[in-house]
Ligand binder design. Structure first.
Ligand code: ATP
Ligand code: MG
Length: 188
């Protein structure tokens, strides 16, 4: 099954982002992410045999204990590789990029160690995918609309299953992993 690990976003934030991009002038056809599907990916596992699920879950359990909850914020628009020839249109992370990258690196390393999953070659860049071109790359001006800063708290991450369908991917959470709360002297 096709798996990834992501931070779920508050419903209000997802609706706000979906609404904001409706106003974005652009050239080319974009498939905008459905609001219920908006998320922040930490690690893409790809195809994993069902027999490895337990070990994957054990790795995530290990990671979640090493990180405390933190504040993050979304703001601004951007694109990979660039707004004039975008293959991914995204909302940026203006706060929490450090702890998100630390989580992503720990997931990458721990999954590799425990399940033999290949390590990510590319540098992690936290972003929320808002849309992708339906065909050729699209072009837009990232300053054309404003995505003001919206804060949210990262309390954990989810193991997600993705089923690719002609009408778009269907994501199903398989498990939730809460970040270890109190890391102070009274913690574990
Ligand atoms: P579709 O592929 O139909 O456009 P999708 O990309 O949302 O839909 P998946 O391909 O299953 O669905 O990806 C699930 C999540 O993992 C998404 O956040 C996606 O950006 C991310 N992802 C997919 N492939 C990779 C990859 N090779 N490296 C890093 N992240 C990836
Ligand atoms: Mg994809």
């Amino acid at each position: 099954m096709r798996l990834f690990v992501a931070v779920a976003l508050p419903q209000k934030l997802r609706e706000f982002l979906r609404q904001a991009v409706r106003e974005l002038p652009h050239r080319g056809r974009v498939r905008w992410t459905k609001p219920e599907n908006l998320h922040l990916t930490l690690k893409f596992l790809g195809e994993v045999p069902e027999g490895s699920l337990e070990e994957v879950a054990a790795a995530l359990e290990e990671v979640r204990r090493r990180h405390a909850p933190f504040e993050a914020a979304v703001s601004g628009l951007g694109a990979f590789p660039a707004p004039r020839r975008a293959r991914v249109v995204w909302a940026g992370i203006s706060e929490g990029a450090g702890p998100l990258a630390a989580l992503a690196a720990d997931l990458d390393e721990t999954l590799h160690r425990r399940t033999g999953l290949e390590r990510e070659q590319r540098e992690y860049r936290a972003h929320i995918t808002l849309g992708r071109p339906a065909g050729r790359p699209v072009s837009f001006d990232p300053e054309a609309i404003s995505i003001p800063e919206r804060r949210f708290r990262v309390e954990g991450f989810d193991l997600m299953r993705s089923v690719l369908k002609p009408g778009g991917p269907v994501y199903t959470p398989l498990g939730s992993f809460a970040l270890e709360g109190d890391q102070g002297p009274h913690g574990h």
